[in-house]
Design a protein around this ligand. Structure first.
Ligand code: RP5
Length: 163
């Protein structure tokens, strides 16, 4: 059984983004656990989750938050597991504020930040982290890359006949 991926979102309004990460983890047959813990509204629960995540069998944590997005950093401050931040577009600033809040971490506490709303890449990166030690996940990732490549080549073959 592989290690689990923890997914923590700051609000249930982040669920449409989280669902995309969950779908990717399901496709790769990776176990996961999802929580709603906010760096601001439930700081103790978010901190507790991070503190005990390693001993609870997690291999990496994905933190999803918008606006003044401190969740990924707050979690990273309390664990040495890899933390991946997804900045969300949840205000009229378009997510740039969440991107900057997530990516600009002080030296010593890294957060691997993906694109605004980049849920699929966050899931893939978390799988790649587990795949360092897990040959089955590595094989599934290789197979997915191959399928993705084939899809693009099929489109390439079609485009010539369309134009
Ligand atoms: C963040 O504030 C959440 O992650 C969410 O993206 C944003 C807005 O939250 P709600 O006001 O919709 O609960 O903490």
């Amino acid at each position: 059984m592989s290690k689990k991926i923890g997914i923590v979102m700051g609000s249930d309004s982040d669920l449409p983004i989280v669902s995309k990460a969950v779908d990717m983890l399901k496709e790769l047959q990776i176990p996961y656990e999802v929580h709603i813990y906010s760096a601001h509204r439930t700081p103790e629960q978010a901190g507790e989750f991070a503190l005990f995540a390693r001993e609870r069998g997690f291999g990496a944590i994905i933190a999803v938050a918008g606006m003044a997005a401190h969740l990924a950093g707050a979690i990273a401050a309390r664990t040495t597991l890899p933390v991946i931040g997804i900045p969300c577009k949840s205000s009229n600033l378009g997510g740039i504020e969440a991107l900057l809040s997530t990516v600009q971490m002080p030296t010593g506490i890294p957060v691997a930040t993906v694109a605004i709303d980049g849920a699929v890449n966050a899931a893939l990166l978390s799988a790649q982290i587990l795949a360092v030690e897990d040959a089955e996940i590595a094989a599934r990732l290789d197979a997915k890359r191959k399928r993705d490549t084939e899809k693009v080549l099929e489109k390439d073959a079609e485009i010539a006949s369309k134009l």
